[in-house]
Ligand binder design. Structure first.
Ligand SMILES: [Zn+2]
Length: 282
């Protein structure tokens, strides 16, 4: 993948092109994928960061064809800030959910109206179904290109990395529930916001679920082995003993999401920022 150079990635009757934004980094991998969908009237999915060159690359790819819809998976800074300038140039309808409070969010994002889970947007030659997938963030949507079974997964499912689940807006219970829910959809491939298309959707989803279950077991074992309460950091050292130290601060946020899930289930307890297993003394 090369930033600014369109690539054809469609898997069926509807043309889909991918345009990589110029924002590669530790959080974004190769950068944010912007997708351009359709042949006559176009939809743009995740316009990416606010970047005049990326905006121009999107308009060049459109080549004078109308851009009538902008789909936004969520309002993190690497996904939605390019929406407003693209909307101003095209007059497109903006489909997405309002930003929750919190850092890393794009407060400038404004959808055309309120949208709902399972809503279907008719784009003439194709249609997109909205699937609310909270977890990574509360306002996350996946979009199903119904004609081809292609699911645009945003940051809900990534290629080559696991999404960060950062409380308080991120929620592990909702994340796992939303992942499970995707298994019922007629999927043929996953198009993530970062990385390449994935052609075995069920396998990818099962692998992610297993990965989260393994981390949870490791966490439960660490809690069970301890005779005294442990800090998040001390737990992270045990549960994430297999990752690069530089990734630990991020892993800590997802670990906290696991702990809050276990706390809600009565399997972990917190006192003054220190954690114990849930069943001691009961
Ligand atoms: Zn994100």
């Amino acid at each position: 993948m090369m930033a600014g150079v369109p690539e054809t990635v469609g898997i069926g009757s509807v043309p889909v092109q991918r345009l990589l934004a110029r924002n590669a980094g530790p959080m974004t991998g190769p950068g944010t994928n912007t997708y351009v969908i359709g042949s006559r009237r176009l939809a743009v999915l995740d316009p990416g960061p606010r970047d005049a060159l990326h905006l121009q690359a999107i308009l060049d790819l459109a080549g004078g064809r109308p851009v009538d819809w902008i789909f936004v998976t969520h309002t993190h800074g690497d996904h939605s800030p390019g929406t407003a300038p693209l909307q101003a140039q095209t007059g497109a309808q903006v489909i997405g959910l309002p930003p929750p409070p919190g850092s890393g969010q794009d407060p400038s994002f404004q959808a055309t109206r309120l949208f709902h889970d399972a809503e279907r947007i008719d784009c003439g030659e194709f249609s997109m179904r909205l699937i609310h997938t909270p977890g990574h963030v509360s306002n996350h949507l996946c979009f199903l290109l119904e004609q081809d079974g292609l699911l645009f997964t945003g940051d809900h499912i990534l290629d080559g990395m696991t999404p960060v689940i950062a409380p308080p807006d991120g929620c592990m219970r909702l994340y796992l529930q939303a992942l499970e829910g995707l298994k019922a959809l007629p999927l043929r491939a996953l198009a993530p916001a970062h990385g390449q298309l994935m052609h075995q959707p069920l396998q990818v989803i099962e692998t992610l679920l297993r990965h989260r279950a393994r981390r949870e077991s490791k966490l439960l074992a660490a809690l069970a082995q301890q005779s005294r309460p442990l800090s998040l950091q001390a737990l992270a050292d045990q549960v994430y003993d297999d990752i690069a130290p530089a990734l630990l601060p991020l892993a800590c946020r997802t670990l906290l999401a696991h702990l809050l899930k276990l706390e809600a289930e009565g399997r972990a307890r917190q006192s003054n920022g220190l954690w114990t297993g849930g069943h001691d003394g009961i």
